[in-house]
Ligand binder design. Structure first.
Ligand code: ZN
Length: 310
């Protein structure tokens, strides 16, 4: 007889009358029958499961997640550490539960893999820029593409330009909108540090400092300086209700464009609702933002920044 080292050996008699023991029982029977049996299965004498305490559902789900090759234990620990660094409002916006954290980490991995395909001689398309994170007076995106008058979309001035990735995505989006009978109007794109300095002061002169801070960025803190932001249409609240605005809302994320300053998040983004302002971050990041961050770009970009620095 084989000797089993477990504390409660199970015994059964196999089909040929030999007594087999413990976790090897099923294997022994199967081998005599010319089959292979799952090594982890035990068989009791009555064919019933032994009476052991049931593992709670949450524990078993958490254990199931950790059996995957990715993410590994360190990723779960890193996620816990990063979440603690986020604002309470950001955490509340994330629909994380015990059972979906591995799915979140897998999606995160895809977004970070996508980032590896970005050009490495310029800032990441996920670069965090806001009232607390800036770029210098000398930062100019590489290879800015000048926007000419064209058949796909309208431009409202002749000095517009975008980073190549954003330009390409804009053209694809405009092509799709045209098919739906909507011709996009591009009103503002890349802005230099010097121009943003002038523009911010202009709005201070018009509206006063307090109002200017709500809808105009100080130089060095504007997504426009990154060359990846576009202001569409009228650049006013009524844009949201126009046919163009409705189309852009419905389809922009399919082309990698994300609304930067949504309604009701001024305390998060630092800016009041800007229905016309979109930033190019790529399709995978848009999907990630919608699925895990209540579709709020600021939460997602802050998360990515915190993750990378953790
Ligand atoms: Zn803008």
């Amino acid at each position: 007889m084989m000797v089993c080292s477990c504390s409660r050996p199970l015994q059964r008699t196999d089909a040929l009358g030999a007594v087999v023991t413990g976790g090897d029982a099923g294997q022994a029977v199967a081998e005599r029958a010319g089959q292979s049996a799952p090594a982890s299965e035990s068989v009791t004498s009555g064919g019933q499961a032994s009476a052991v305490a049931m593992a709670p559902a949450a524990a078993i789900l958490a254990r199931a997640e950790k059996t995957l090759p990715y993410p590994d234990r360190a990723d779960f620990d890193r996620l816990d550490a990063v979440l603690k660094l986020l604002s309470e409002r950001a955490r509340e916006a994330m629909p994380l539960t015990t059972s979906n954290r591995a799915e979140f980490l897998t999606d995160l991995q895809q977004v970070l893999e996508e980032e590896k395909s970005f050009r490495t001689d310029d800032l990441s398309l996920y670069y965090l820029i806001d009232k607390k994170h800036n770029v210098g007076v000398d930062y100019v995106p590489k290879d800015l593409v000048h926007l000419e008058k064209n058949e796909l979309f309208d431009i409202n001035k002749n000095n517009l330009s975008l980073r190549p990735e954003a330009y390409k995505a804009l053209c694809h989006m405009a092509q799709a909108s045209l098919k739906d009978g909507v011709r996009l109007l591009v009103s503002s794109t890349y802005r230099s540090y010097e121009y943003q300095t002038w523009l911010f002061q202009h709005w201070v002169d018009v509206d006063g400092l307090e109002e200017a801070e709500r809808e105009s960025a100080r130089a060095g803190t504007s997504q426009h300086q990154l060359g990846v932001a576009v202001d569409f249409g009228s650049v006013s609240d009524d844009f949201a209700d126009t046919v163009m605005g409705q189309w852009v809302y419905a389809h922009s994320e399919d082309f990698g464009w994300s609304l930067s300053f949504p309604q009701g998040y001024e305390d998060v983004t630092g800016f009041r609702w800007e229905s016309w302002h979109f930033r190019y971050i790529g399709r995978p990041a848009c999907d990630f933002q919608r699925k895990w961050f209540s579709d709020v770009q600021q939460f997602m970009i802050e998360f990515l920044d915190t993750w990378k620095n953790s």
